[in-house]
Design a protein around this ligand. Structure first.
Ligand SMILES: Nc1nc2c(c(=O)[nH]1)N=C([C@H](O)[C@H](O)COP(=O)(O)OP(=O)(O)OP(=O)(O)O)CN2
Length: 190
């Protein structure tokens, strides 16, 4: 069975080297919708694939891009400096911020988050199936597990600025993800 959880963020970017001149030469923004599809071979004690509440770190990650500038790491140094001067919330990323780039990066990170999230309600073999990123009302990109083959970066290549990190409920979670610590969910204790 499959569940889907939808997240949103308002983000700004330039997509260098794309065919569209409008898109590659102008800072512009979108109201993104991100759909996360998760599958399992069994249901937990609550007849759920995975309680949506256990996806709170996924929400924290995607929300890091909200009201943020997504800065491709291959951008020119002078542009990078200007972006950091103007913005508090900068997500410097190893993929160009096309819908496809976001989908691949989100797939990579969300897979790690799900693997590191504590579960103790009889869940089955939980697997991320895909991540779909809607850039506009009419266009989306979707990354599937076979697209892991396209990943040529690590978590260390994703740099979230202090202006982003200070808004997190738990300032340490990103470093803990890198260290593969298990996220204990306080909701499980109640
Ligand atoms: N395959 C992709 N093509 C385009 C992307 C992308 O991420 N992947 N992105 C853009 C631009 O960011 C652009 O701002 C959005 O373009 P488009 O979908 O053409 O949006 P419009 O609102 O102009 O188009 P409508 O069809 O009127 O909705 C471009 N291409």
């Amino acid at each position: 069975m499959i569940i889907r959880k939808k997240f949103r963020f308002e983000g700004a970017h330039i997509v260098r080297n794309c065919s569209s001149k409008l898109c590659r030469e102008n800072i512009h923004g979108h109201s993104y919708e991100v759909e996360v599809f998760i599958k399992s071979n069994k249901l937990d004690k609550g007849f759920m694939v995975l309680d949506f509440i256990l996806l709170s770190k996924v929400g924290e990650f995607i929300n890091s891009f909200d009201h943020a500038y997504s800065l491709w790491q291959g951008e020119k140094p002078e542009i990078k400096d200007a972006v950091y001067q103007i913005n508090q919330r900068v997500a410097e990323i190893p993929v160009s911020p096309s819908a496809e780039g976001y989908a691949l990066m989100f797939l990579y990170v969300i897979d790690k988050i799900i693997r590191n999230t504590e579960r103790k309600n009889g869940e089955g073999d939980i697997q991320l199936q895909s991540v779909r990123v809607h850039e506009t009302q009419t266009g989306y990109a979707e990354a599937f597990t076979e697209d892991f083959a396209l990943v040529d970066f690590t978590l260390d290549d994703i740099k979230l600025s202090e202006g982003i990190r200070t808004e997190w409920d738990d300032m340490d979670w990103w470093e803990e993800l890198k260290q593969q610590k298990i996220f204990k969910n306080t909701h499980l204790e109640n």
